[in-house]
Design a protein around this ligand. Structure first.
Ligand code: NAD
Length: 442
């Protein structure tokens, strides 16, 4: 249906699905995640006043690939899957970014995640560009054998795109060390030798880095701690809620809990729980390991999952998926700090409302950059063939995250803008510097 000038002016967001769609008069338009990245980029670019043609060159993905993947299922039938790999930028180094297995994966989402990787790697100043991949599938509904065949077929079909100097995948939602092991093995078969540096997030015995599984959550903890220091918030006297108690959400909660933060609200895809006295996050992590759900944890109240975002707490950690805090619900958010463990949980429209309301948002491209930072450490260790202790990894991560946080904070304060726009300004400046030095081959 054609958009009219009148319905462009007054978007209202559907109450039933605030995460993914905007309802305009007589039509429903999905929120484009890549469109959100473009808005963030453009807002920062306007402040930087750089050469428009260079900005145009660095903002669009350089290569997007779609593959059809036939996979033999356990019952002997064949099923077709769709896979994506997007290389957004290789200006500062090989494309770097995870592979997502989820039923809602789209090219739009993968392009957005790939571009965020470019800006994230630049914010923490590591020599990588940005990439991302995904397969439309529900890993919970596939057997281990089906997942292995799907992964190997994906790698085999896209094998020319990958390589330790070209494009280095990693885990994301729905994938983990096991998928990375199959990835490394399939890629290594091509050359009949072990090539561990083609992928990060491997098990330690296959060349993975110590500290990688906790790295993203550790980065969230470090940036939240720095933000609290800046705002004068005493963490040992503060409360928090977390949406998504997977890898990122659970480790963030465990590490912040060690600094004295009391977690009163926690949710995952199955439900949400509440305890005004503070949830025992360590015991909850054990419970989730056993039951795959936060629901059923003893001595807490069940609450509506969406109320997690509106809890009256000091710190909110969205650690699930994109487009959670939108124009429709941002005014209901009551925390002082949002630490974006997830990629893209806040839309640009919501950002404006939060800024008006004095909420400090630590943007994803800074807050959750601990994961890719330790992926970089893993890649370095693979190339050198010498492995660091966990203390060494954590010490170097601390250094990188603290430096990145203060680079972004300074940029934001100097330009009287939000941390998100500050982070994009830092990142764009670093990418443009490299592009200008290299020149554009044409
Ligand atoms: P995960 O699969 O381990 O955990 C995801 C969690 O979110 C699970 O607890 C799941 O139940 C929950 N969830 C899913 N849909 C939900 C919903 N609608 N409401 C509430 N909870 C929901 O994934 P992860 O690795 O922790 O990744 C989470 C987010 O962090 C993603 O946005 C991912 O891109 C981002 N991220 C992950 C890493 C990493 O190293 N794992 C690094 C950077 C960013």
């Amino acid at each position: 249906m054609a958009k009219t000038a009148s319905n462009r002016k007054k978007p209202t967001v559907l109450k039933r699905h605030p995460r993914s769609v905007v309802q305009r008069k007589n039509t429903t338009i999905p929120i484009s995640v890549f469109g959100n990245v473009m808005k963030q980029f453009n807002a920062a670019a306007r402040k930087l006043k750089l050469d428009k043609s260079l900005l145009e060159f660095i903002k669009m993905p350089r290569r997007s690939t779609i593959v059809k993947l036939p996979v033999r299922m356990d019952d002997g039938s064949y099923r077709m899957f769709t896979g994506y790999r997007v290389q957004h930028s290789i200006a500062r180094g090989p494309a770097k970014g995870g592979i997502r297995y989820h039923p809602d994966v789209t090219l739009d989402e993968v392009q957005a995640l790939a571009s965020w990787m470019t800006w994230k790697c630049a914010v923490v100043n590591i020599p990588f560009g940005g990439g991302k991949g995904g397969i439309i599938c529900d890993p919970q509904k596939l057997s281990e054998g089906e997942l292995e065949r799907l992964t190997r077929r994906y790698v085999a079909d896209l094998i020319d795109l990958f390589g330790p100097d070209v494009d280095i995948p990693a885990p994301d939602v729905g994938t983990g060390p096991k998928v990375m092991s199959w990835f490394m093995d399939t890629y290594s078969m091509k050359d009949s030798r072990v090539i561990p540096g083609v992928v990060t997030g491997k098990p330690v015995t296959l060349g993975g880095s110590r500290g990688r599984p906790e790295a993203t959550g550790r980065g969230v903890m470090i940036s939240t701690r720095e933000a609290a220091g800046h705002l004068g918030l005493d963490l040992s006297n503060s409360t928090a809620s977390v949406q998504g108690f997977g890898n990122v959400g659970s480790v963030s909660a465990l590490l912040l809990h060690e600094l004295g933060v009391k977690f009163t609200h926690i949710s995952d895809v199955t439900g949400a729980i509440y305890d005004p006295e503070g949830i025992d996050v360590q015991a909850l992590a054990q419970h989730v390991k056993k039951t795959k759900s936060v629901v059923g944890f003893p001595d807490v109240k069940q609450i509506r999952p969406k109320d997690i975002l509106y809890a009256k707490v000091d710190i909110l950690i969205p650690a699930a998926l994109e487009n959670q805090i939108t124009q429709a619900n941002a005014h209901r958010v009551r925390c002082r700090i949002i630490a974006e463990g997830a990629n893209g949980p806040t839309t640009p429209e919501a950002d404006r409302i939060l800024q008006r309301n004095g909420v400090m948002v630590i943007p994803d491209i800074l807050c959750n950059a601990g994961g890719v930072t330790v992926s970089y450490f893993e890649w370095v260790q693979n190339r050198v063939g010498y492995f660091w202790t966990e203390e060494e990894v954590n010490r170097r991560l601390e250094e990188k995250m603290v430096a990145a946080f203060h680079d972004v904070l300074k940029m934001a304060l100097d330009n009287r803008t939000s941390m998100r726009i500050g982070a994009f300004m830092v990142a764009i400046t670093r990418v443009i510097d490299v592009v200008q030095m290299r020149g554009i081959y044409s």
